[in-house]
Design a binder for this molecule. Structure first.
Ligand code: ADP
Ligand code: MG
Length: 245
């Protein structure tokens, strides 16, 4: 479903992504792990065109976002990025809008959905993340875990085929991570295609079909949770896991 090949990205003299290649099958859940600064966020952000890469290709369902470093037309870029929903570490909710308004804004504005349709979908999704009673509350009056569940519901409002999560629980107090991971697990059980950057090794082991380990802008190795956690092929992976478990 997603095909990434030889992706390159630098910030000035710093090579942040060096020939990153991987594929994601429909319905697969991929966990991306690796030290801080290894390029995980840059990789995810490149998939949704929040970063412009310097080389390589990204395609979703056979449609290119960028091919050999050349970007598709504005229309093509929109088509590809519309297939993906992204959830950030720091939620990025609109503070001046209620929960319901946060959810309904993009479908109404971007897709021209009717008020009726977006309200209906909004109510369904709030129910799904267990926040039906928070529809008229402002983000400032929510806990971090609740904010993140709203952010997930908001991303789902656009009916993405793929969900990307960039350390969705890293900004949360430990007692609030479970409620967010539970929502992601639920999506996994419904066979949503997902890439989850995470420090939660237990979660990665439990939910991911495949784990990708990144270090210094490279994919060092990838494999099943069992293979990666129990028989890492590289010393770099072993050392990282030892520090993280
Ligand atoms: P990770 O998510 O794995 O912690 P990032 O993708 O955020 O890593 O960052 C990878 C490297 O790129 C880091 O060295 C970071 O400082 C650098 N970097 C990220 N964004 C920028 C930017 N906008 N400008 C300059 N350097 C950046
Ligand atoms: Mg990051």
């Amino acid at each position: 479903m997603i095909e990434v090949s030889n992706l390159k990205k630098s910030f000035g003299a710093l090579d942040v992504l060096k020939n990153v290649s991987f594929q994601v099958e429909k319905g697969e859940v991929i966990a991306v792990i690796g030290p801080s600064g290894s390029g995980k966020s840059t990789m995810l952000r490149s998939l949704v065109h929040l970063e412009q890469v310097n080389g390589g290709s990204i395609s979703v369902d056979g449609e290119y976002l960028v091919k050999d470093g050349v970007y598709s037309s504005q229309q093509g870029i929109k088509q590809v990025t519309a297939k993906m929903g992204m959830v950030f570490q720091h939620f990025h909710l609109f503070p001046h809008l209620t929960v319901r308004e946060n959810l309904e804004l993009a479908p109404r504005l971007v897709k021209g959905e009717s008020r009726e349709d977006s309200q209906k979908k909004g109510s369904e999704l709030l129910q799904r993340v267990g926040l039906q009673d928070k529809a008229d509350v402002y983000p400032a009056n929510l806990s971090g875990g609740q904010k993140q569940r709203v952010a997930i519901a908001r991303a789902l409002m656009m009916n993405p085929a793929i969900m990307l999560f960039d350390e969705p629980t890293s900004a949360l107090d430990p007692e609030l991570t479970g409620e967010v991971l539970q929502v992601i697990k639920q999506l996994a059980s419904e066979h949503m295609t997902m890439i989850v950057v995470t420090h939660e090794m237990g979660f990665a082991r439990e939910v991911a079909d495949r784990i990708i380990f990144m270090d210094h802008g490279e994919i060092v190795e990838s494999g099943s949770p069992d293979q990666l956690f129990h028989q890492p092929r590289f010393e770099r992976t072993r050392a990282f896991l030892q520090r993280s478990l």
